[in-house]
Design a protein around this ligand. Sequence first.
Ligand code: SF4
Length: 431
Amino acid sequence: MPKLFIETLGCAMNSRDSEHIIAQLREREGYTTTQEFKEADLILINTCSVRERPVHKLFSELGVFHKKKKEGAKIGVCGCTASHLGEEIIKRAPYVNFVLGARNVSKISEVLHKDRAVETDINYDESEFAFNDFRTSAYKAFINISIGCDKACTFCIVPKTRGDEISIPADLIINEAQKAVNAGAKEIFLLGQNVNNYGRRFSGDTQKINFTELLHRLSKIEKLERIRFTSPHPFHMDDAFIKEFAHNPKICNSIHMPLQSGSTKILKAMKRGYTKEWFINRVEKLRAESPGVSISTDIIVAFPGENDEDFADTIDVMKRVRFDQIFSFKYSPRPETEAEHLPQIDSEIASQRLSYLQTLNNEILDEIHAECLGNSYRVYFEDLIHDGYVSGRSDNNLLIKVKGSEELLGTFHEVKVNAIGRTILTGEILA
Ligand code: SF4
């Protein structure tokens, strides 16, 4: 059986696309997967282009694959960088056999048998394509609920690589969730660029429901214990959504709310569609309706035009919200985005702001985790980690490890925290 090596960069949606690619190649072409690219008949790299660094990494990696690959092995490039560079990838690396865009995953078999194929149409609609089944984890199922994005955040390349936003029909999503639960998963993780904008547009004649209703229907699936999702957009966080989030017992009490900046002036320049006050208002509403909710976020520092007052606004939001996790980055100009050619903030200032923000974030995290000591949480064990530990997450997304082995995987247990760390807590099983 031919062997496939696939490397996935970037976000959870890329990981799910890689699972779809493996499923198609396994079912249609008889491939098995290998973790060793030197023995692979097909080497795939599923790329990310949200910042410049992953793009640089792509070409250096392609060079290594080309030099060390097995005689006759093929190399393919997929994902967001494939969508926006297209032909240029083959020009710069002529040993690449095909390029498959993030919106064309269902065409993997087609491009495999065509040399130098480039399939990167970002308007191609595979929202109703029923992919074969493959999952990396038996315990948690990632499920796409939409493709593309209709927003126009001025720093973001995603609309140019993943195309317009189309919701996947609810019955396809519910079927996929039911199948995953039948196969043993107790948790589903819904994926989309703007999950709470779900239902605005479908490609076919399907029943229109919104995200709140979709969550409600999914929670009816028996033996499904937990529902998580990413990313909701703060703009679409209406009261009905927050009520369902807070009062549906299967929806985990943790949410990712990408802030990007705490300055209303910068949020306007980013075309995020909300203000500092609206973001804070939604956080207060969430906490009022769902006490103990954990909130994570994304923040970009040094977006063009950000002055000390703007940065101080971001720090102010951090101190008032006390996020449970922050993914923070310096602004990276992306091709074909509205902000691409705006004058840049001095990189020294950008680095200072990022390091100040991350230091403050670590202080807040240490305080939040210190408050967990002695508390007990219901943990769903998903991963075997080093030194005889197994890890899992609490309902409010704390990562907790206990001494144990694989018989704990896929089970829930009450765990008392007896040691804290910045990224993972340690505990003992109570029941
Ligand atoms: S909502 Fe904005 S940041 Fe998110 S994927 Fe769409 S354009 Fe990018």
